[in-house]
Design a protein around this ligand. Structure first.
Ligand code: CP
Ligand code: NVA
Length: 308
């Protein structure tokens, strides 16, 4: 397998790479639980640029680096000279002289691509407006753990066709998981992502569907949702709450899958009472905290494969 330099989206990641990350993540998770140290990145440092808020991504990357024997350095976008106009290219070149890897959470996906182009060290996307690849790797790892396999499963993502939806589409198509995006008209995922996932899915048996009809959740092994207004869309919040209301994941929608063991997933943070009810997030079918935990284990695998 060719060593990858950056992780910008799951669009160019292979099924073999995903499988290797799952295998390593499962091994490192077991070692972590057993208290066995694994200093695979001893002495290495990761710069972590955040242009947006974060709880899971910030803490899981920082703890991942510490548990791997290295360290993570939190850099707020507004406090960097980047916030005063220094270019992405110059920032990438300077950071590359100090650190062994860069993780960045940004608005414009083109900023991730520019960092990757100009940094001599690996660049990992910790969320852009276009994609959230580390999230989807942790999500499919979580599904694998609960269902014991991936190929042939069906995931229905109910809500906004956003960054998280894009990464679930790319990942599902590579892994043989059918993905249906169920969303209001006008909030469909990017057409290019749907086209690429459909083509990949043809090779793995994954069926990609985009529908405005909630009855498309029938038969789903996983129901997934995310906030209706992502970071940067705060002004649209009120309007979106009105438009997305029929797409709320509640007990009635969960029952529409026709399967009693459908998992409920959410990348978190959740807006309880909007995209999902308390009853569903706190139900026996919900695996949202396993998902959050798996960010740590999945990212350790990604960090090791890129930085060791
Ligand atoms: N799911 C996720 O990325 O969470 P944070 O925004 O808290 O990092
Ligand atoms: N779609 C959300 C995900 C947060 C983890 C956002 O971009 O804000």
């Amino acid at each position: 397998m060719k060593k990858r330099k950056d992780l910008a989206t799951l669009g160019d990641v292979t099924q073999a790479e995903l499988q290797a990350w799952f295998d390593l993540a499962i091994k490192l998770k077991a070692e972590t639980k057993a208290g066995k140290p694994h200093h695979l990145l001893a002495g290495k440092n990761l710069a972590m640029i955040f242009q947006k808020s974060s709880t899971r991504t910030r803490v899981s990357f920082e703890i991942a680096m510490r548990q791997l024997g290295g360290s993570g350095l939190y850099l707020s976008g507004s406090e960097l000279q980047l916030g005063r106009g220094e270019t992405i290219a110059d920032t990438a070149k300077v950071l590359s002289r100090y650190v062994d890897g860069i993780m960045a959470r940004v608005y414009a996906h083109s900023d991730i691509l520019a960092l990757a182009e100009h940094a001599s060290v690996p660049v990992i996307n910790g969320l852009s407006d276009f994609s959230h690849p580390c999230q989807a790797v942790a999500d499919y790892l979580t599904i694998l753990e609960h269902k014991k396999h991936l190929k042939g499963l069906a995931l229905a993502y109910v809500g906004d066709g956003n960054n998280v939806a894009h990464s679930l589409l790319y990942g599902g198509a590579k892994l043989g998981v059918s993905v249906s995006i169920v969303c209001p008209k006008g909030y469909e995922p990017d057409e290019r992502v749907v086209k690429e996932a459909t083509a990949d899915g043809k090779k793995t048996g994954s069926r990609i569907v985009v529908s405005n009809d909630v009855s498309a959740v029938k038969g789903a092994d996983v129901i997934y949702t995310d906030v209706w207004a992502s970071m940067g869309q705060e002004k649209e919040h009120e309007e979106r709450v009105r438009i997305f209301k029929p797409y709320q994941v509640n007990a009635q929608l969960m029952a529409m899958t026709g399967k009693p063991d459908t998992l409920f997933m959410h990348c978190l943070p959740a807006h309880r009472g909007e995209e999902v009810t308390d009853e569903v997030v706190d139900s026996r079918q919900s695996v949202v905290f396993d998902e959050a935990e798996n960010r740590l284990h999945a990212q350790k695998a990604i960090l090791v494969s890129l930085m060791a």
